[in-house]
Design a protein around this ligand. Structure first.
Ligand SMILES: Nc1ncnc2c1ncn2[C@@H]1O[C@H](COP(=O)(O)OP(=O)(O)OP(=O)(O)O)[C@@H](O)[C@H]1O
Length: 306
């Protein structure tokens, strides 16, 4: 088994004060984080908060308009995008999907499909795959070229709860067996993969970051979802001091409204270094909507709120 994330090693990718601007609007700004070999970093945030933009900037698909992105020399990236531009009217087999963007040896293709449990489906039509099988096929495609960094944009979309657990198990086993770094975007604002080392919550900037709180100790959660779910999923509890209004402006805790949301705009009160108590709320319901980003939950110690 690959050792846990090594914070001493040079990161595979490192973002420093990154901002991306389009049509005079900052899509993201002031984004700082890194992913090291063997580390799992999960980005969460409401729709339109800049998760895909951040990931694309991290892997070099987009160039930052501000700040820097450093990637390790010769970094090999395996990327599973949120959407795949495929003409679904044309027949496409799993074999063809695997080689769409470049040649692949038979051995590497077989090994990748075996790793995701799809080796028996080489000749299957992609259109006929279930949501979970399709995500696995995309993952096989990404791991076949043995990446140093695996980037997954919402890998559990269109997958049911037990499929979600199975995919998180798979991601963890890929990390354990290959030692690659993993950067993933979660569609859920609170429940993340338990093996995540760092959760980064984005909302145009890094709102907060921390470790997910393991839910394995919660008898209530285990009763509701089973012990396998508790091993695969964890709750990330957090609190924000501002609300993103539907028109894109930001309502701050002091009642002021600004066009943008940036850590240095003078409206954010820092919580850095506060000793917040852990608060297990597995199984609770949350009122965390895309346009209302506030909670009254306490958060794990060490999270940074800006
Ligand atoms: N090329 C572009 N030009 C202008 N605006 C853009 C462009 N690309 C993305 N955006 C906008 O930037 C914001 C962030 O988009 P992004 O796709 O990064 O968000 P996201 O957090 O991944 O969203 P989702 O959860 O819905 O996938 C959105 O408001 C989007 O409309």
């Amino acid at each position: 088994m690959f050792p846990p994330a090594n914070s001493e090693a040079k990161p595979l990718v490192s973002l420093s004060n990154v901002g991306v601007q389009r049509s005079g609007r900052w899509l993201v700004r002031g984004v700082d984080f890194s992913v090291s070999r063997g580390e799992i970093v999960t980005l969460i945030g409401p729709n339109g908060s800049g998760k895909s933009t951040t990931v694309k900037t991290a892997i070099g698909v987009l160039k930052p308009d501000e700040g820097t992105v450093e990637r390790a020399d010769g970094l090999k990236v395996g990327y599973v995008p949120q959407k795949l531009a495929v003409d679904w009217t044309l027949p496409l087999t799993v074999r063809r999907l695997m080689t769409l963007t470049g040649p692949l040896s038979e051995d590497d293709m077989t090994a990748a499909l075996e790793a995701v449990g799809l080796s028996h489906m080489l000749g299957a039509e992609v259109q006929h795959l279930s949501g979970g099988e399709f995500q696995r096929a995309l993952m096989a495609r990404a791991i076949a070229r043995k990446p140093d960094l695996l980037v997954l944009d919402e890998p559990v979309q269109g997958v049911d709860f037990s499929g979600e657990i199975a995919i998180y198990d798979l991601i963890q086993s890929i990390r354990n067996s290959t030692g690659c770094g993993i950067l993933l975007i979660s569609h859920d604002l609170h429940v993340v993969m338990a093996a995540t080392d760092t959760v980064i919550c984005l909302n145009g900037h890094v709102c907060c970051r921390g470790t997910p709180q393991a839910v394995t100790q919660s008898a209530e959660y285990v009763r509701l979802f089973g012990s396998r779910a508790a091993q695969a999923l964890a709750v990330y509890s957090h609190h924000h001091d501002h609300t993103h209004l539907p028109d894109g402006r930001v309502l701050h805790f002091d009642g002021s409204v600004t066009d943008n949301c940036h850590p240095d705009d003078g409206h954010h009160h820092g919580h850095e270094g506060h000793d917040h108590a852990h608060h297990n709320h597995a199984g609770h319901s949350h009122d965390h909507h895309a346009d209302d980003h506030s909670h009254d939950h306490k958060q794990p110690a060490g999270e940074r709120h800006v």
